[in-house]
Design a protein around this ligand. Structure first.
Ligand code: SF4
Length: 366
């Protein structure tokens, strides 16, 4: 067996100059969410009227869309019956240029017509959703380049992950909606500071998510403590009042409520909020490109900037191409008669009644 001689071993100087063996990378400490000890694990009740009674504030999140307005009508009806309308606040997260035109105004009108005394608009500070895609791209690129350098690779050759939001990286909702709405919660808590409650302020947040929308939403609880939004000063309970409702039930509630709905539904849209929602169906996206071509063009330019398609497997360029093909075949997108979407779900008779009552009550074209 060959043994190492003195000459095989590195000299002392070489040993001193040799870089220390790279220490194993320490795992990053996990971020532990700090939830105040006063925040309960489970809601004390899931009975709607008891939840409304127990709450200091009932905050209805309204996108102005059909689910929001059906929920608004339903919750307001219950709050009125309990004599608790004074604690109801409607909040709209304004998404700026990326949402359907007139949405904020419509949400405000729906709240006012429903008799809600208070309507609040919140908005993310700084850049809007589309600009945030570019900002996120910059951050992802910097990170990918740093990691490539650490691996001894060419940073110019890195592949930057897609910056667009997606169903698996849905950063748009907390950025554009959830975060700004929490600023309202902070204000609402401050408004009750003069009361000596001896407990955190109770906020009942009402969200119009439905099980029928997706398998992911189907798994959501109808009532749960929102531990992320709760802290030592407030306990936020999430209530999804229309979680079990079907499309038909939603439209029946709208018909019953007489509140106006957004014309985009009559233009065959299934969702409202962002014109180009990453979760939107192809029909809604093409519809958006026909109705708001300048916004579609801005999204297409952003695809070039960030080097990724708006949706996996579907670029905005392709959406625009489909929209233009339809325009060429059918002419400019027609505006179907008001009530078209409602009639599909509840029939013409109920829709005619809705429109007639609507016009008589508010003098508005439904
Ligand atoms: S509407 Fe769609 S794209 Fe817009 S914030 Fe909500 S999930 Fe994101």
């Amino acid at each position: 067996m060959q043994t190492a001689t003195l000459f095989d071993l590195p000299d002392i100087q070489t040993l001193q100059e040799a870089p220390a063996a790279a220490a194993p990378a320490k795992p990053k400490p996990k971020r532990t969410s700090r939830v105040h000890a006063s925040v309960p694990l489970e809601p004390s009740t899931t009975v709607p009227d008891e939840m409304i009674r127990d709450a200091d504030w009932v905050v209805i999140s309204s996108s102005g869309g059909k689910d929001s307005q059906a929920m608004l009508s339903y919750v307001v009806r219950r709050a009125k019956a309990l004599g608790m309308l004074h604690k109801v606040v409607v909040v709209h997260a304004d998404l700026g240029r990326v949402e359907w035109e007139g949405t904020r105004e419509l949400a405000e009108l729906q709240a006012a017509l429903a008799g809600v005394p208070r309507f609040e608009v919140v908005q993310a500070k700084g850049a809007d959703l589309l600009d945030r895609v570019e900002i996120r791209y910059g951050k992802l690129k910097t990170k990918a380049e740093e990691e490539a350098r650490e691996r001894g690779e060419d940073p110019a050759a890195v592949k930057v992950p897609p910056a667009w939001p997606s169903s698996s990286a849905r950063w748009c909702t907390p950025d554009a909606k959830r975060g700004p709405i929490r600023t309202l919660y902070t204000r609402l808590v401050a408004e009750l500071a003069h009361l000596v409650l001896g407990r955190p302020v109770r906020i009942l947040e009402c969200i119009g998510q439905r099980a029928a929308e997706s398998t992911q939403r189907a798994q959501l609880a109808e009532v749960e403590i929102n531990r992320g939004a709760s802290n030592g000063k407030r306990t936020v309970t999430t209530w999804r009042p229309i979680h079990a409702w079907s499309d038909r039930t939603v439209w029946r509630e709208i018909a019953r409520s007489r509140l106006p709905y957004h014309p985009a539904y009559d233009w065959s849209n299934r969702r409202l909020s962002c014109v180009f929602c990453v979760l939107g169906c192809n029909n809604d996206l093409v519809n958006g490109a026909r109705r708001v071509p300048e916004l579609a063009a801005a999204y297409a330019r952003m695809e070039v900037t960030v080097g990724a398609d708006f949706k996996k497997g579907l670029s905005m360029r392709e959406i625009i191409r489909r929209a233009e093909a339809l325009e060429a075949a059918e002419g400019p997108a027609a505006r179907p008669p008001a009530g078209t979407a409602m009639a599909e779900h509840v029939g013409r008779a109920m829709t005619s009644k809705y429109r007639a009552r609507h016009a008589a009550l508010y003098g508005l074209a439904a």
